[in-house]
Design a protein around this ligand. Structure first.
Ligand code: PEP
Ligand code: MN
Length: 292
């Protein structure tokens, strides 16, 4: 696969392609597609029945269309809260049913894939697993949509190559998610690469989300980046919201309160949706080999 013109060996996509419109991913009654802007909200970790139920109902009332919550958490520190595991999955699924919101949760290992797919609507592949190729193949064999997060040291084409693994197994319902990359800049947790949005839309037909929470890592900077994500052409957002941010058991510094989230949703209403990928670039302009 590796050629001098394509040193990373990642550009020979067989299934992913550029087309005039992004493909539509359907999750329950939610459409992720050109002309739509979908907001996925919820806590970093599911912590208790009360926490996830309250969050589900409040974010829904404020305009969120999907509910997120981690049950299996990829924590840097092995002694940090690791999530509630299967109990968390059950609580998230219950909160989704109770609120009517489809659910998103991270799957960390191959042996979790089937059981999580039984009750959770969207399988999240986290940044740290973006190049876990066997896991990518495993979610590619399910019928659940996959939210694929960009690894924090991954190039745009490496993200697309990871998506290709999933799509090549027969699951074309993949949503790409820019969640910040590691740079020399220490002021933020990661650097949000907003330029990835139009580039990903130019190079593939997959819808693109932005996760400002894990990108910037600081509550008060999430709001402007939500506006920017919509304005730059993202199909949706993933944001962390907690009933009591000061008590969040993971990613406390970036947890939005319900009030913060409501203010963001109000502001987003005033920003138009960038509806057609074709507005951004004609299909003929991208030759992947030229960039290798
Ligand atoms: C998360 O969404 O909770 C998460 C751990 O994200 P990432 O994989 O982007 O760090
Ligand atoms: Mn988190």
């Amino acid at each position: 696969m590796q050629t001098p013109a394509d040193p990373a060996g990642v550009c020979n996509f067989r299934v992913l392609r550029r087309q005039a419109e992004s493909s539509t991913v359907r999750v329950g009654g939610v459409r992720i597609a050109d002309g739509e802007f979908v907001v996925v909200a919820g806590p970093c970790s599911v912590e208790s029945r009360g926490q996830i139920l309250q969050t589900a109902h409040v974010v829904r009332s404020l305009g969120a269309t999907m509910l997120r919550g981690g049950a299996f958490k990829p924590r840097t520190n092995p002694y940090a809260f690791q999530g509630l595991g299967w109990e968390g999955i059950t609580l998230l699924a219950d909160a989704g049913r109770s609120s009517g919101l489809p659910t998103v949760s991270e799957v960390m290992t191959i042996d979790q894939v089937e059981r999580i797919s039984d009750s959770i609507d969207v399988l999240q592949i986290g940044a740290r697993n973006m190049q876990n190729f066997d896991l990518l193949r495993a979610v590619g064999r399910t019928r659940r949509p996959v939210l694929l997060k960009r690894g924090f040291s991954a190039t745009i084409d490496e993200l697309l190559a990871a998506a290709e693994y999933i799509v090549a197994e027969g699951n074309s319902d993949v949503i790409l998610c820019e969640r910040g990359i590691r740079t020399f800049e220490p002021a933020t947790r990661n650097t949000l690469d907003l330029s990835a949005v139009p580039i990903l839309r130019e190079r593939s037909h997959l819808p693109v989300f932005v996760d400002p929470s894990h990108s910037v890592g600081v509550r008060r900077w999430i709001r402007p980046l939500c506006r920017a994500a919509k304005a730059v052409g993202a199909h949706g957002l993933l944001v962390e919201v907690h009933p009591n941010p000061a008590e969040a058991m993971s990613d406390r510094e970036q947890a939005l309160s319900f009030d913060d989230f409501g203010a963001i949703m109000d502001e987003l209403d005033r920003i138009p949706i960038m509806s057609h990928a074709a507005d951004l670039a004609p299909p003929s302009t991208y030759d992947s080999r030229a960039t290798a």
